[in-house]
Structure formats: structure tokens, C-alpha cells
Write a new protein. Sequence first.
Length: 202
Amino acid sequence: MMVFKKLFKKETVAESAKFALVFTIIHRVVQIARGIIFARALGPNEYGVFTLAFFFIPMVATVAKLGIPSCFTRYIPQYEKQGMMKDFIKRTYSIALTGSIAVMVFCIVFSRQVARFVYDSPDYANIVIICAVSIIAYALFACLTYTFNGLRVFKLSYLLDFIQLLLFTALGIILVLVFHSAFSALLANLATVETQREEVFA
């Protein structure tokens, strides 16, 4: 019980900055090491496919989320004081989920057209489909981490990101070394919901 109380204890901006600094350093080091391994194992073509897909997912997910998670930091404290936080979270999560499903379906249905737009070839439709499936998990994970930010328990947000970072790195390296394809790296991304964190202390 004491451990849970410590985990959910609210923090000041100064305290959260400590977690941000440590995590950012670790994240950059792991990301660079993982990138080197991926680049060597995949080769120029497959690594290029993976890199473009890895930027495509958050770009499309940003549209799918409708900007909702970014409001949590400001509005959750207000709704928490009014005793309406649960209703606020329920509504916003539902909207984010609905938007994510809509964008996912669109990308799947028009996967060949999207692949032609992103990769200049419809042959990468399977890559677009796996990216589309990742959108829902990506959006919900973003909502969760931003919820913790809004509750001023940044350490939980960074703990989730840290676990996710390690899982994606480990699983990604294994799959890439075995299959040597961008698709395998994206499967690891889907399984672990790897994201690109945005720092928010507002």
C-alpha cells in the first residue's frame, strides 16, 4: 500500500523535471543504440521503410487523437476539484478512441492509396495497415500518460514510458535480427506501443 501511495503522490514541477531529465538521457542513449542495431540489421532500404513508418504513426495518430490528450494537463486538475474528473476522462477517452478507430479504418480501407502517397508505391500497403492498427494503442497510451501528467504524478508517466522503451528495444532487436525486415520492427512497435514523448509541465 505504501508503494502505491508513493507512486500516486502528486509532484511539483521541479520534482517532475528530475524524472524528465533522467528519462530523457536514458531514452536518447537507448534510442541511438537501437537505431544503430536496426540500421545494420535492416540495411538502407528496409531501415528507410521502418523510419518513415515510425514517423507516419505519430503524425496520423495526432489527427486521430483530435488533440484531446494535450488538454488533460490543464483541465484534469480543474475537474478533479469539482469532483467531475471521472466523467471528464470517460468522455475524452471515448472521443479519442472514436477518432482513432475512424482514422484506422480509413487507413486500412485506403491502404494502397496511402502507401502510394507515403512510399510512392502501393506495394507497401501491408506496412500502412500495421501502422493503422497501431494508431488506437498509440492514442490510448498517450491519453493514459497525459492523464498521469494532469494528475501531477509524472513518475508514473515516465515509468510507463521507460518500460515501453525497454520492451520495444528488446523485442524489436530480436525480431529485426531474426527476420531482417521493417515489418518485423513495426510488429514490435505494435506489440509495445512505442511512442515519441512530448514533454508537458504546463
